[in-house]
Write a protein of this length. Structure first.
Length: 636
């Protein structure tokens, strides 16, 4: 029997230890909050059984009395702890069934009478310990075991709704085990003259089964321990469920992060593509209105705005004139073009050169959107600390734009400033080119046609005098000279026309235009002229290409006028990051620069130096002249 009592107590001690360890783990299940009471019951009741074990051994009378007193106290205490655990189980599940309050009223009177009777018996009977044992089991262990079983049954009914259906039947097993424990530990008592003891007692069970009741209680205790420990698997299942939920949340967070990165990358690519496209439009010299319309439309689209607009200051600087607008339909609103803004939020922030988001309460009713603007971003166009205009976007939704959106709008405003300045610079360059070309034509007319006309005027006067004198030979000589001068003037005019036509034929490309010019020059002058190229001339800047053509034209003009050459060759080679061009003729050459070519050589040198190049002239009398110049190539 010592082993039976030891195993009996050990089963409840193990139950208390398992409950204590599991109760220290965090759990959201209501069952977990009651595990400390189950642990207290297991440890206390194990002490009761081990007291019985020591009472069977041969011990001193005073030790036996102390153990008996401790057992008498610990037995009802353990039962009360069991009842507390059962009440907690029942209460944690939720509202009790509707019949429970009525059951309390019905049972209150007989239970009160039974408790009073038990107190009288325990206090008046000679064997107090036996009476306490019997009534503790009747009044505490039996209802306590049933209460715990009822609590497990309620949790079993609720568990399918928590997603832990895999541990469903372990709670049902625990409820059945405590029902058996309530019967074995609460109704089978030592033989006395009251309660059910005369019929259901320890001796009756021994006679009926051949085994003492302690063996049955030990077996039931092991079943209770096993079933409860198994039922605690709900906490492991809960933790697995939490881990699975955390993994799912982590995967979802990772997926969201990847999606956010993908969206951010796509947005960045869209912005880069937009900036590149606008830069390309500016470089291709598209119209300013077209570029500004593209900037406004892309601002509206990329920022998700309901509308976007761009306005520039008028000549007086007192009003903003709307130059481009993109509305809800995605297109420009022509009715708003040339509208003026003389006051308000946009006007004030543009004047102050402040990039900012529209503050709450600063909105206004937009007649085009037919709604009040709740959010906006304003980016003034600033060049060299001076306000040029403003680009802004608006939305009906509050807090639609962020600081990042404002920064991106600032990039578009910078592109708008570049487009405006590029247009102004292109206009200035075009004006300078026109002035320069007019000066060149004026010089050519002065050096050629004007002098010929002046000469012809004098020649006519001379011919008139010779005719009056009747000097026929002198008259014919003067006519031959006049004819030669007129022929030279015609050659100059044809060359000027050819030069102008070649300069304006930029769409065909540099080399085709240059080859066509040299070919026509050869046809007009009778000089055998050729072009040899070993480079990709497309790496020259547009301005350098223009200067190259003009220098070659000037050099060939000098060949025609002064060299008396039969052949001339133009050769292009690339070396050390520069394009080298040589114009070589087999003419008369010179020791010093002729008076008529000094100004032309200086002009050619200035043209080469204007694009970062240089020019030299070498000549040998009777062997010819070579003009060499070089122009920088653009980096690949």
């Amino acid at each position: 029997m010592l082993a039976v009592y030891f195993a009996y107590g050990l089963a409840f001690f193990a139950l208390g230890g398992a409950a204590l360890l599991e109760g220290r783990q965090s759990s959201k299940l209501s069952l977990g909050r009651q595990l400390p009471w189950l642990a207290a019951f297991g440890f206390t009741h194990s002490l009761v059984e081990w007291c019985d074990m020591f009472l069977l051994a041969s011990i001193a009378p005073e030790v036996e009395a102390a153990l008996l007193a401790a057992r008498t106290i610990l037995l009802p205490v353990s039962a009360l702890l069991l009842i507390r655990f059962g009440a907690g189980l029942v209460g944690e599940v939720g509202p009790l069934p509707g019949w429970v309050p009525y059951a309390r009223v019905v049972l209150l009177t007989p239970v009160t009478l039974i408790v009073a009777y038990a107190l009288v018996v325990v206090l008046t009977e000679g064997q107090t310990a036996t009476g306490a044992d019997v009534w503790s089991r009747y009044l505490l262990f039996f209802p306590g075991g049933l209460l715990v079983a009822f609590g497990f049954f309620r949790h079993w009914r609720r568990l399918p709704h928590t997603g832990l259906l895999g541990t469903h039947y372990s709670l049902l097993g625990a409820g059945v085990a405590f029902t058996l424990y309530a019967i074995v530990a609460g109704l089978i008592v030592p033989e006395t003259s009251y309660g059910l003891s005369p019929w259901l007692n320890d001796e009756a069970i021994r006679d009926a089964t051949g085994l003492p009741v302690q063996v049955w209680r030990m077996a039931v205790a092991l079943v209770v321990m096993a079933s409860v420990v198994r039922a605690m698997g709900v906490f492991s299942a809960e933790r697995e469920q939490q881990l699975a939920r955390l993994r799912a949340e982590r995967e979802r967070a990772q997926a969201d992060a990847l999606a956010a990165q993908r969206d951010a990358r796509h947005m960045a690519e869209a912005w880069i593509e937009t900036l590149v496209q606008i830069t390309r439009q500016i470089a291709m010299l598209e119209g300013l209105d077209q570029v500004l319309a593209q900037i406004v439309e892309r601002a509206r689209t990329l920022l998700g705005a309901d509308a976007a607009a761009l306005a520039l200051w008028d000549e007086t600087g007192d009003a903003l004139i709307v130059k481009a607008f993109a509305g809800p339909d995605g297109g420009g609103m022509e009715s708003l073009r040339s509208d003026t803004i003389r006051s308000g939020v946009i006007f004030d922030h543009t004047r102050a050169r402040q990039m900012r988001l529209l503050a709450p309460g600063e909105g206004w009713r937009c007649s085009v959107l037919d709604a009040r603007v709740q959010a906006g971003a304003i980016a003034p166009l600033v060049f060299e600390e001076e306000s040029v205009g403003v680009l802004w976007v608006v939305s009906r939704q509050p807090d639609r734009f962020s600081q990042g959106d404002l920064d991106r709008l600032g990039h578009l405003s910078d592109q708008a400033v570049i487009a405006i300045q590029h247009t102004l610079m292109a206009g200035r360059l075009q004006s300078l080119a026109v002035i320069e070309e007019r000066a060149r034509i004026a010089r050519e007319m002065h050096d050629g046609l004007a002098q010929i006309l002046g000469y012809l005027s004098l020649e006519v006067q001379t011919l008139d005098a010779l005719v009056r004198q009747g000097d026929t030979e002198a008259t014919l000589g003067e006519l031959r000279q006049a004819r030669e001068r007129i022929t030279a003037a015609q050659a100059d005019v044809r060359e000027n026309i050819l030069s102008l036509r070649t300069t304006l034929a930029g769409d065909a490309g540099l080399m085709p235009a240059l080859e066509r010019y040299v070919e026509e020059f050869s046809v007009q002058t009778g000089i055998d002229a050729h072009v040899a190229s070993e480079i990709d001339a497309s790496r020259l800047s547009p301005l350098a290409e223009t200067q190259l053509v003009r220098i070659v034209q000037e050099a060939l003009a000098n060949v025609r006028k002064h060299a008396a050459a039969r052949q001339v060759q133009i050769r292009l080679v690339a070396r050390d990051g520069c394009l080298g061009v040589t114009v070589t003729d087999d003419g008369v050459g010179f020791d010093r620069v002729p008076n008529g070519t000094h100004f032309g050589l200086q002009t050619m040198r200035e043209r080469a130096e204007s694009v970062g190049g240089g020019l030299t002239v070498t000549s040998v009398p009777a062997k010819g002249t070579q003009v060499t110049f070089w122009l920088p190539l653009a980096q690949p």
